[in-house]
Design a protein around this ligand. Structure first.
Ligand SMILES: [Fe+2]
Length: 495
């Protein structure tokens, strides 16, 4: 993904290494986080954990935000208290760097060396964090090892092959079906077969793994599930196949090439994929999918002009005149979109749900694959790098948006939905949104807890975090997970 001059003229090349993105280098554990305002809800019981990029060493070349070593930040809630921890995702690549005393591998903005042992890039496990069948995994956006973490201590246990049943990599963003307990995943590669779909049983074993035929390597990021189907993508942004044939990687957006959305039975094969052609786009994240009779309804954060420097899209402004953030070669202007894929007729229709620019959507995961009516996303700050200045709730039926802005000067992250632990509270919005926020000027971080029924109330609890939490990526909620009490926990300093 060699960077072009157009890519670098929007912000300094090291912008994603500094300020709110800068690494921290100490692992800490802090019990009894001070509650600064409000009070901890009694039905908030479990682990909130967020993954992100935290390079241990200065990069040896151009840095992309996605290159950094993984670090998870977690808060265990329960018994009226909260405990914070941050831990590196202890990958083989990080351990080798620590032994070498430097970062050994270049990142994705440099020409890849496919002859390097273990692949051209370091598998950092920095992207996603997912719990399934009582276990917690850190996963990588370029499809890598599933690094198992201890949900009590957040220490890295090691690479899991699911009891010897996973012979391929696992991509970020597997989806857990709340009804069956299955975890549906993809695995992708630069080499054929370019894509696999798989299913992990509730017992933690891979029970289905099939290659999916694609015309070439594709930038896979997310997938969707419904009770019967898995939804896959063959998007219109890809490596230029002619350059790839001579060993060069250059991402292009083919705006005349329809994107294909594939619908395949969860335990199906490549020949059973129904492909639907839709208007060209690139997308990182799905919101959800569900079935309405023979129609699969998919919602996600669609980008119609995803490339920086695209001659067909010279402007960098949207109608609101806000700055469009850039991340490497990507121009991030996603809006909420809906596709309806009719399996009876083979026809697809699509529409915008809302034109608010937002990404990193989350739903109540207990509605995964069925008709979620709500999503929550961080809102984009008006700046040239990706940062978030608030949260927005979307009613997915009519697009109604309700926004909460973080305090001036504070930046946020993806928020996870934490369902109430009260068995009497089972509504889709009966729970909390939990997120980290950091004041840019001081590096002070807090955990904010919101009532999911009403973002406009502002945080119902604000807790102090003793470490600075750099901006990061994906979050997870592990209901009932408890904190260890016999490790290096130290009480928080109190003023
Ligand atoms: Fe992602």
């Amino acid at each position: 993904m060699t960077m072009t001059a157009e890519d670098t003229d929007r912000h300094p090349p090291d912008a994603y290494l500094r300020g709110p993105y800068a690494s921290i280098h100490t692992e800490t554990t802090t019990r009894d986080l001070p509650v600064l305002a409000g009070e901890l809800p009694s039905d908030l019981e479990g682990l909130f954990v967020r993954n992100g990029s935290n390079p241990a060493f200065d990069p040896p070349g151009h840095y992309h935000w996605f290159d950094g070593d993984g670090m998870v930040h977690g808060v265990h809630f329960g018994g009226g208290t909260a405990t914070y921890r941050n831990r590196w995702v202890r990958t083989a690549g990080l351990e080798a760097d620590l032994d070498a005393g430097r970062a050994r591998l270049r990142g994705i903005l440099e020409p890849p060396d496919f002859t390097a042992a273990g692949g051209p890039f370091k598998d950092t496990g920095n992207t996603d964090v997912v719990h399934h069948a009582g276990r917690l995994y850190a996963l990588w956006w370029l499809s890598g090892a599933a690094h198992e973490l201890d949900p009590t201590t957040l220490e890295t246990i090691g690479v899991s092959d699911f009891g010897g049943t996973l012979p391929v990599t696992m991509n970020a963003h597997p989806k857990v079906d709340p009804s069956t307990g299955e975890m549906v995943f993809t695995s992708y590669s630069m080499l054929p077969p370019y894509l696999h779909i798989g299913v992990v049983s509730p017992e933690g074993r891979v029970t289905h793994l099939e290659p999916i035929e694609l015309p070439g390597p594709r930038l896979q990021h997310d997938l969707a599930i419904t009770p019967r189907f898995t939804v896959l993508f063959d998007m219109s942004m890809m490596f230029d196949p002619e350059l790839l044939a001579v060993g060069r990687t250059k991402v292009r957006f083919y705006r005349d090439l329809p994107t294909r959305i594939g619908v395949v039975p969860r335990h199906g094969t490549s020949s059973e994929v129904r492909w639907f052609e839709v208007e060209p786009f690139f997308m990182y994240h799905v919101i959800n999918a569900h079935e309405e009779g023979d129609t699969v309804v998919l919602r996600g954060c669609r980008m119609a002009d995803p490339l920086v420097g695209d001659p067909h899209n010279a402007t960098t402004e949207v109608s609101t005149r806000r700055t469009i953030p850039h991340l490497g070669h990507l121009r991030l202007e996603p809006v909420l979109w809906e596709w309806r894929l009719d399996l009876a007729t083979g026809l697809a229709t699509e529409r915008a749900i809302d034109d608010t620019v937002s990404e990193f959507p989350r739903i109540n995961d207990l509605r995964m694959g069925t008709g979620a009516e709500s999503s929550w996303s961080p809102t984009f700050a008006d700046r040239p790098t990706l940062a978030f200045d608030g949260l927005v709730h979307h009613d997915l039926r009519d697009g109604t948006a309700t926004v909460h802005r973080h305090p001036e000067g504070w930046l946020g992250n993806e928020a996870v939905f934490a369902p109430s632990s009260d068995p009497a509270r089972t509504g889709e919005r009966d729970g909390y949104l939990v997120t980290f926020v950091t004041e840019e000027a001081t590096g002070t971080s807090e955990v904010h807890v919101f009532d999911a029924n009403d973002l406009t109330l502002g945080p119902v609890a604000r807790l102090a975090v003793t470490a600075r939490v750099p901006l990061g990526y994906h979050t997870e909620w592990v209901p009932g997970a408890v904190s260890a009490t016999n490790d290096d926990a130290t009480p928080a300093p109190r003023s």
